[in-house]
Design a protein around this ligand. Structure first.
Ligand code: DAS
Length: 331
């Protein structure tokens, strides 16, 4: 449905997937709640009632907790945004999303869409009927960002807690706080309120085409490395000879030697092995042995995003570690 205000207000397609931003507890004082309860029609009515100025078209893609996001929802989201990118009647796209997997969805879209129109993901940490609901504030901020032509050329953006993050940098770093998201290496790319937006620099991906094609993703396991891990324990996590492995490694992507030997065996059979870190943030740079081992370094990408990129590279037929490394090096 299209809901009009002023003819000069930005024309924004809002794709709703559920999450806490559309969640309800039924009682403002309750701690437990159900995500994905409010439909996008009712949500946009409330936004207009508050004076949030945009010409919205709302579409309900799903109404789930984002722990249940899956290939079919991603594929529908991508198809809708891809169409909107070519629709002259739409200026920008907002996706409402649960926060648990927002970084995966945002990065998948970031890698597969051109950077020609603003695409903004937004969520909330408190359900809509809670005291201090943060969702409508975040949504108003997202509208402020999406309505700014300067938001294009920065890839997909994630708006949470008065900050704008690049999809490539962002991660959920807190289970409950309303300031739950952090970015690395760029902490954030702008500060936003419903009435003001301050970018920290010029767009860096102006009119860039999609970096990779959106295709069905293969299963790529994460190897959770720990002190004293045995080769047998590593092999158990890697059953079925997967096409790629993301190592949630120690420190700068390290692992005990028996585990390294297991990964070498997988790399030699053509599996794409990516070393990331189980620490909260920091670079995992290439080390001298990576060339000989045929391993890739995740650089600034944390484990969930390294896994997403590895799966998408494999879907696009890129299994060569040297070629794959370039995609991890990009900003
Ligand atoms: N239930 C979680 C989700 O949908 C939490 C949230 O939305 O914040 O991701």
């Amino acid at each position: 449905m299209a809901r009009g205000r002023g003819m000069t207000d930005p024309r924004i397609l809002v794709l709703a997937t559920g999450g806490t931003i559309a969640g309800q507890a039924g009682d403002a004082m309750r701690a437990d709640y159900r995500p994905g309860q409010i439909g996008i029609g009712a949500y946009l009515e409330q936004a207009h009632a508050l004076g949030i100025a945009a010409q919205f078209t709302g579409r309900q893609i799903a109404n789930i907790g984002s722990e249940d996001i899956d290939a079919s929802i991603w594929s529908r989201l991508y198809a809708e945004i891809d169409l909107a990118m070519r629709d002259e009647g739409i200026d920008a796209i907002i996706v409402t999303h649960g926060t648990d997997t927002a970084e995966e969805t945002a990065f998948l879209l970031d890698l597969t869409l051109p950077s020609t129109k603003p695409v903004v993901l937004v969520g909330a940490m408190r359900p809509a009927d809670a005291v201090g609901y943060d969702g409508m504030r975040n949504f108003a901020n997202a509208v402020r960002v999406a309505g700014d032509p300067e938001a294009a050329g920065r890839g997909v953006l994630v708006v949470m807690g008065d900050r704008v993050h690049s999809a490539r940098d962002v991660r959920k770093a807190q289970t409950r706080a309303t300031e739950a998201f952090r970015g690395f290496p760029r902490e954030s790319v702008a500060i936003v309120t419903p009435s003001r937006l301050d970018w920290f620099g010029a767009p860096w991906r102006v009119d860039e085409p999609a970096r990779l094609e959106f295709l069905p993703l293969p299963e790529v396991p994460i190897l959770a490395v720990y002190a004293g891990m045995s080769a047998a324990a590593a092999e158990r996590q890697l059953a079925g000879d997967p096409p790629g492995i993301v190592v949630s490694g120690l420190g700068e992507g390290n692992m005990p030697d028996p585990v390294r030997q297991v990964l070498l065996r997988h790399a030699r059979r053509g599996c794409l092995v990516v070393r990331a870190s189980r620490t909260d943030e920091g670079l995992v740079d290439r080390e001298p042995q990576d060339d000989a081992n045929g391993f890739v370094a995740a650089r600034a990408l944390g484990v969930p995003k390294a896994r997403m990129l590895t799966a998408l590279l494999l879907a696009n037929g890129i299994a060569d570690p040297v070629e794959a490394q370039h995609f991890f090096d990009e900003r």
